[in-house]
Design a protein around this ligand. Structure first.
Ligand SMILES: *Cc1c(COP(=O)(O)O)cnc(C)c1O
Length: 315
């Protein structure tokens, strides 16, 4: 976590504005997030779990539909599907060198009920988006990117999160861009953006801020919406963190290369260490695969004693 005086000042600025939620700072955070990821719309939300839920709802996913998702991911990726009443079909990952969803396994799960594919850019390393988008186009499927690990990452110059129909980012405390709790939905589709905007705030046609600014004097409720909003203090923190994101990701790359160099030949598996050209990962976590003979818990404990936190991604 890279938090300094800049975040403190940002947070205080948010407080001093005396407008506490979904106002001009959030709009600025959204605008700047969209520009830096070269995507048309970015919409701030409370966390990535609700971002994924909104993505599913905006794409019309519901009871009777199936969504293909990777078997190796955080539980929220697939819970979002279940919230809508749809069901999940798991696809395998490519293998120990590449822990992202396998296009062949996706293809084997497609059937007439399949509505969408959710991919997860594990560790901030890109999924095989060319093949996945080709499959989706061929079968008329929607694509949601769980980009919780991947802010600032890209593939062939296109930001992760901006490849599919909707991308979802997390600003939880342990992510590359942290605001404590927070998230962002991104899309290039105007209709999907409008739908997400409406659903994140009770399906209402205007916000308190619009009414305060005199743009509207009342509202209508046109959808079964939620309160999935982000507040101004978090957006203020997010703006500061966003401005550090690319240099911090570059620093993570240097450290990752050092680890790869030092661990080569030790028998420890190093996923993604031979990733392809055109990949600009976010290096969110440093994944290793232990040789089967070594007890995982013993390793975790020894690392803890050395003051290094590890965790299992994912049990
Ligand atoms: C952190 C994470 C989420 C959930 O993010 P929250 O902002 O905590 O709701 C979803 N998917 C993946 C892959 C994550 O790592």
């Amino acid at each position: 976590l890279d938090y300094g005086i800049e975040e403190e000042q940002g947070g205080v600025q948010g407080l001093r504005s005396r407008w506490l939620t979904m106002g001009p700072i959030t709009q600025e955070f959204e605008r700047e997030f969209a520009i830096r990821h070269n995507v048309k719309h970015a919409l701030g939300v409370s966390n990535a779990t609700v971002a994924l839920h909104l993505a599913c709802l905006a794409l019309g996913i519901g009871p009777g539909d199936e969504v293909i998702a990777p078997s190796l991911t955080f539980v929220a990726t697939t819970n979002a599907v279940l919230y809508t009443g749809a069901s999940v079909k798991f696809a395998e990952i490519i293998g120990p060198d590449e822990l992202t969803i396998s296009p062949e396994s996706i293809a084997s799960q497609i059937n007439p009920r399949t509505k969408a594919i959710i991919v997860m850019h594990y560790g901030g390393y890109p999924c095989r988006m060319h093949e996945i988008m080709a499959l989706a186009n061929q079968h008329g499927l929607k694509v949601i990117e769980d980009a919780a690990h991947a802010p600032g990452a890209s593939l062939n110059g296109q930001a992760l999160g901006a490849w599919g129909d909707i991308g979802c980012f997390s600003f939880f405390s342990n992510k590359n861009l942290s605001t404590g709790e927070g998230g962002m939905v991104v899309t290039n589709d105007d209709t999907l953006a409008e739908k997400v905007k409406s659903l994140r705030s009770h399906g209402m046609t205007s916000l308190t801020w619009d009414r305060h600014k005199g743009h509207a004097y009342s509202y209508d409720v046109v959808d079964l919406g939620f309160n999935y909003r982000i507040d101004e203090i978090r957006s203020a923190l997010g703006l500061v963190q966003l401005r550090k994101l690319f240099s911090n990701n570059a620093r993570r790359e240097v450290i990752t290369q050092m680890y790869w160099h030092s661990l080569t030949g030790t028998g420890v598996g190093l996923p993604f260490s031979r990733y392809g050209e055109g990949c600009k990962p976010a290096y969110h976590i440093f994944p290793i695969l232990l040789p089967e003979s070594k007890a995982r818990l013993v390793f975790i404990d020894a690392m803890r004693q050395a003051g290094i936190q590890t965790s299992i991604h994912y049990p």
